[in-house]
Design a protein around this ligand. Structure first.
Ligand SMILES: *[C@@H]1O[C@H](CO)[C@@H](O)[C@H](O)[C@H]1NC(C)=O
Ligand SMILES: *[C@@H]1O[C@H](CO)[C@@H](O)[C@H](O)[C@H]1NC(C)=O
Ligand SMILES: *[C@@H]1O[C@H](CO)[C@@H](O)[C@H](O)[C@H]1NC(C)=O
Length: 492
């Protein structure tokens, strides 16, 4: 009765609180869009549940319970002071457990659990003028234990907040095995302490669930909102909207756009191992992470705005670095600057456009190719050709990193300005094609090869990831594995 009215109170508090949050959100800011979404499937939830139980068991047990003392009347002996001390739950086994999600949050139930306890017993009583006492040890087995918890998860200003709505632990049966002692002792201990031991176990486990949830919640709170990828870009991993809990999955959305890396606000949190969230209903994999084309565009745009998208062209055929090599392509160039060395610059002129269609990531890059001549210690810009480069990207996973590979499809070239008269664009085009293929594409691939880490909780690695490219999104479906040396009690 008391328990259920308490949990009712909590549930009402929670409902009122979340209502306040929801209305505050809708008043203050309009609906925000998440460009990276993650779905944790039933299989993923089961994986997480097993991991959580495993970690909880290893961090809670051995668990010390408070000492218990009691005076009891024993037939033929009289009043005896009995005491139990050093009571330790040293092992617990959860043979079956389940996790359910839905409107009422996340419900985790572990049933049929057993626990083993060790303890010391002692007694003393007065017989005539003597005090008689003895002590020894006992083993206790707790059987048919059911542990339940119901938690809700909401978005509070961009981080996830975990609330315990209800929880409990119920012990069905207990068996006590006393080593040594007088013949009456066993029954005395059972009569005096059975009930107390049961409630001590139930209390201790219940309290530890509360502590565990608080700990887990503070880990969620401490997840930074920016994931630094390198010195240039950081991924905004701020959660948008509340997690969506259906009966078969949990869906999460993060802002998912790249920002300029800010050394101060960005922590090294995700550096060691990358992370990720994905989606999928009735999904065979544990998670599905879906990235909108805007995610890729935002990265390109940070590099563009940071002034990183210009290059001095090298690693092209030697002949193209001298006016002599252009002799037949741009005759006026050779006539005015015979046999001079040249510089070529490639400058991207607007943030690259990225469009994702079925099975294809298409990108359009607008760039200027500037020709300079090195004429007696003077650098003379002589011409500029505007390019629209059309390329196709493929995506691949390298561990937790989503990487890419770019391939030239075609390009158009138009003369922007020239100090050396008209160019034969058809001939120039062939030379530019060489520049794009031998310099520009390999250069981009060098950088795309590293990719960026998908936002996954610390310690998790994608397993057998599959990439699906579909209508404005790249989706990664994968199972997860977990690095065991990672300690849930100290790091999330
Ligand atoms: C999950 O919910 C859908 C409808 O929302 C229902 O059709 C389906 O049977 C439910 N599945 C389970 C396992 O309860
Ligand atoms: C990160 O995303 C959140 C949620 O969409 C947004 O409110 C915030 O302004 C973003 N931060 C930056 C630095 O863009
Ligand atoms: C780029 O090439 C693809 C495939 O040939 C084509 O569908 C697309 O329209 C082209 N885009 C531009 C901007 O030329």
């Amino acid at each position: 009765m008391e328990i259920s009215s308490k949990s009712m109170e909590k549930a009402i508090c929670f409902i009122v609180f979340s209502f306040l949050l929801v209305s505050a959100n809708t008043l203050v800011e309009s609906h925000q869009e998440g460009y990276i979404s993650g779905v944790i499937s039933k299989k993923g939830l089961d994986f997480a549940k097993d991991l959580l139980i495993e970690k909880a068991v290893s961090s809670i047990f051995p668990l010390h319970l408070p000492d218990i003392e009691k005076s009891v009347k024993i037939p033929l002996i009289g009043k005896v002071n009995l005491g139990l001390s050093d009571i330790v739950i040293y092992s617990v086994d959860f043979p079956s457990s389940s996790v359910e999600t839905g409107d009422s949050g996340i419900v985790l139930v572990a049933s049929g659990a057993t626990a083993n306890l060790r303890m010391k017993w002692k007694y003393s009583y007065k017989s005539w003028v003597f005090t008689i006492s003895d002590h020894g040890t006992a083993n206790v087995e707790v059987l048919g234990m059911v542990v339940e918890l119901n938690a809700a998860i909401i978005n509070e200003e961009g981080t996830l907040k975990l609330f315990l709505l209800d929880h409990g632990c119920h012990v069905k049966d207990i068996s006590i095995d006393v080593d040594g002692g007088a013949s009456w002792l066993y029954q005395g201990i059972v009569d005096a302490f059975q009930g107390k031991l049961v409630s001590a176990v139930e209390d201790a486990i219940t309290k530890n669930i509360q502590k565990g949830i608080i700990k887990l919640d503070s880990k969620l709170q401490s997840i930074p909102k920016q994931l630094q990828v390198n010195s240039v870009v950081a991924l905004n991993v701020t959660f948008v909207d509340d997690p969506l809990l259906t009966n078969s999955s949990v869906e999460l959305e993060i802002n998912g756009l790249f920002n300029e890396a800010d050394e101060i606000s960005v922590s090294n949190y995700y550096r060691k191992r990358s992370q990720n969230f994905l989606s999928g209903n009735g999904l065979a994999n544990m998670v599905e992470i879906s990235l909108h084309e805007k995610v890729f565009e935002s990265a390109a745009s940070v590099y563009f705005n940071g002034g990183y998208m210009h290059w001095t062209v090298d690693q092209i055929p030697e002949s193209l670095m001298n006016t002599d090599g252009w002799r037949y392509i741009i005759p006026q160039l050779y006539e005015r600057y015979p046999d001079d060395d040249m510089n070529l610059h490639m400058i991207v002129t607007s943030p690259p456009i990225i469009r994702i269609a079925d099975h294809d990531i298409n990108t359009a890059i607008y760039a200027d190719l500037i020709f300079e001549v090195l004429n007696s210690d003077e650098v003379v810009p002589v011409a500029c050709i505007s390019l629209v480069i059309n390329a196709s990207c493929s995506a691949e996973m390298h561990r937790n990193n989503l990487a890419g590979r770019i391939r030239l499809i075609d390009f158009t070239a138009a003369l922007a300005w020239s100090n050396i008269g008209n160019l034969y664009m058809q001939l120039v085009q062939a030379a530019i094609s060489t520049i794009l293929k031998t310099f520009f594409m390999p250069y981009l691939n060098l950088h795309l090869r590293d990719g960026f880490p998908l936002p996954l909780p610390h310690g998790f690695t994608l397993q057998n990831a599959e990439i699906i490219i579909l209508d404005s999104r790249v989706m990664v479906r994968s199972d997860l594995s977990y690095k065991d040396r990672y300690d849930l009690s100290s790091r999330y």
